[in-house]
Design a protein around this ligand. Structure first.
Ligand code: NAI
Ligand code: HPV
Length: 405
């Protein structure tokens, strides 16, 4: 596990008999490959990361033992999900645990920007008494435009309305408006009518640089921009130009196109030095509450996958809500190419082994099948190991993806 994943993650792993090795943050692909391949034994291994560590295709290829990836955060753009799915690697994240923390940070930033809090605090630190109301406003009655009305965007919407803001949102999917919020008729209308624009979209090919000079120009003069989504979404040079021209009055950024790999590395941004800009070091989800909850949520999902083959909430494998294994029985997990005949072949192997199937679940997704099979013998019965080897040897089985749980 890397990137200071919360200690709360350890309990679930302990219960599942998973040994935990912690590494420093900022590992590159070669170091990750070396660390994973250097783990003791030859059984399956997992990797736990947060938003920074890239888990790209070469890692899946170079570490055939890699069975699962835990993203101890919301975003999964740091992981090659398609390669993971096609390699039969389970990827879990924490889709909700830091939602509230991000929404609270954005609320704080809305107030800080509209009261010029950071600028006036800086002035006071420097011995200047900037007591005047110029450019300072209440947020009550102002309009907040939210782009991406998902978990965070909609949570922000509720909190913002409680403070008297009017909320409009834009999403590519039809979303249920919460409270008195309403969908904007278009992105342009949202930009033209909002005093604050807050971005809450994921990093996808469609959102990369989706907020550039044209979008900034369409914002209401004197409005503020907030980005706590991904740094790839905003064209930073265009934002700097707009801030310098005074068209955008201020901004709060938590994420950047290029972020330091670890706390030991320096941070550079073209926005440094602009006092109307709040720069935070990607801390939207960095609260004790969020990190503790994420640690539990993701480690429990990984542990349930390791122990029972449960894939509920898994991003890359078909979902099977597998229960615990009944005493006296054993469960085999097999991931295979989804082609006709796999189940027939697998069942034939069970009867060849002289075993009886006591439970069977098969789900497929995007050309990959997940088969969980319970048989009426304990895991130390030699017939079970022989069945495992037979299933692993099926032509359709993905390499190293047949396990006795
Ligand atoms: N700053 C931080 O520390 C954190 C940042 N994040 C970032 O926030 C993002 C959003 O998180 P959630 O709200 O949980 O995700 P979500 O998946 O619940 O919501 C994202 C919303 O954006 C919409 N969307 C996607 N593409 C769009 C587009 N081109 N235009 C308009 N809407 C679009 C989706 O339909 C969805 O409703 C994450 O993907 C992550 O990158 C998440 C947590 C912490
Ligand atoms: O949850 C996310 O997607 C985040 O951006 C938070 O990332 P972090 O856990 O702080 O690296």
């Amino acid at each position: 596990m890397s990137e200071s994943i919360h200690a709360s993650a350890s309990d679930a792993f302990e219960r599942a008999d998973v040994q935990v090795h912690r590494t420093s943050a900022g590992l590159g692909p070669e170091e990750i490959i070396e660390a994973l391949n250097g783990l003791p034994g030859d059984g399956p291994v997992m990797i736990g990361v947060r938003s920074k560590t890239k888990v790209r295709a070469p890692i899946f290829e170079a570490v055939p033992r890699l069975a699962a990836v835990g993203a101890f955060c919301i975003g999964t753009d740091q992981i090659d999900l398609e390669v993971a799915a096609q390699s039969g690697v389970a990827v879990f994240n924490a889709p909700f645990s830091n939602t509230r923390s991000v929404a609270e940070l954005v609320i704080a930033e809305i107030v800080c920007l509209s009261r010029q809090l950071f600028e006036r605090s800086w002035a006071a630190h420097e011995g200047r008494w900037r007591k005047d109301a110029k450019g300072a406003h209440e947020v009550r009655g102002k309009t907040l435009g939210i782009i991406g009305y998902g978990h965070i965007g909609s949570q922000l919407s509720v909190l913002a309305e409680a403070m008297g803001l009017r909320v409009r949102y834009h999403d590519i999917v039809n979303k249920l408006p919460l409270g008195n919020a309403s969908a904007s008729e278009s992105l342009d209308a949202l930009l033209a009518g909002s005093d604050f624009v807050s971005l809450h979209v994921p990093n996808t090919p469609q959102t990369r640089n989706m907020f550039g000079a044209a979008e900034l120009a369409k914002m209401k003069p004197g409005a503020y921009l907030i980005n706590a989504s991904r740094g790839t979404v905003v064209d930073i040079e265009a934002l700097r130009a707009s801030l310098e021209s005074g068209h955008v009055a201020g901004a709060a950024l938590d994420v950047y196109p290029k972020e330091p790999k670890s706390t030991a590395d320096p941070f550079e941004s073209p926005l440094q030095g602009l006092r109307q800009v709040i720069l935070t070091p990607h801390i939207g989800g960095s609260t004790q509450e969020a990190q503790a909850n994420i640690g539990v949520e993701v480690s429990e999902a990984l542990a349930a996958y390791t122990r029972f083959g449960r894939t509920t909430g898994c991003i890359t494998l078909p979902a099977i809500d597998a229960p615990a294994i009944s005493p006296g029985r054993s469960r085999l997990l097999n991931i295979h190419r989804d082609v006709p005949g796999v189940l027939t072949s697998a069942n034939q192997r069970v009867s060849d082994a002289g075993l009886n199937i006591t439970g069977q679940r098969l789900e497929t997704q995007a050309g990959v099948g997940l088969l969980l099979m319970d048989v009426d013998a304990k895991s130390d019965d030699p017939r079970v190991e022989s069945l495992r080897a037979d299933l692993a040897g099926l032509a359709q089985s993905l390499p190293r993806r047949t396990r006795l749980l």
